[in-house]
Design a protein around this ligand. Sequence first.
Ligand SMILES: [Zn+2]
Length: 236
Amino acid sequence: MSFPQSNESMGDGSWISWFLGVKGHEFLCRVPTDFIEDKFNLTGLELFSRALDLVLETEFDKQGWDEGLDTTDAEELYGMIHARYIVSPRGVEDMRLKYERGDFGSCPRVYCKGQRTLPVGLSDLWNHSHVKVYCPRCNDVFLPRSRCAMLDGAMFGTSFPHMFFMQLPSMRPHPPLEQYVPRLYGFRLHQKALMPPEAPESTPKSIASSASKSPYLTASIPKSLPSRFSRNDLNG
Ligand SMILES: [Zn+2]
């Protein structure tokens, strides 16, 4: 397996430095080796005991390593430990530095005015979905506009941004003051006009009732139709 390296330094030659230097891994922070070596932090990850040796490898020779080496297990193990680390006080502090530097991008909503975002997973399980970014101003999630979009969401987990602001409450921004208002020639659109038309149904009874509910009709159709008014007339 070969990965393009980012411009970041390869660091100390360890597997972790190599992994963090891969392009598209910029959302990830460095998990200290003492956190990885603590058996308590590896609960439930015992199946990855062989991958642990690779994750902790300090002399991962960047030139001489086997290009065919399968690092998948090591990546999953590091990702799962990473999700645990970033909700710890030390991890929150590491991620705060990245957040303040703008490593995670900004909210695309106009009225969020470039609010910085935090990475979040939509699942805590591996291989369920890619990472998303959470905006603390509008409380919504978006696709990351960066090459990190392919990272597994479980590397961050579903709780991270909420733990972040629980530990750093003063960093939570105010909700947006303005909201987009859809207008047509200056007039606000009726709430019903913002909904898709109801699906046509086959029974004559529902045709009359759904037609009368259409937001685009000003006059409602009488419930008892005149006999000369056939079903075909209604369908147009
Ligand atoms: Zn936003």
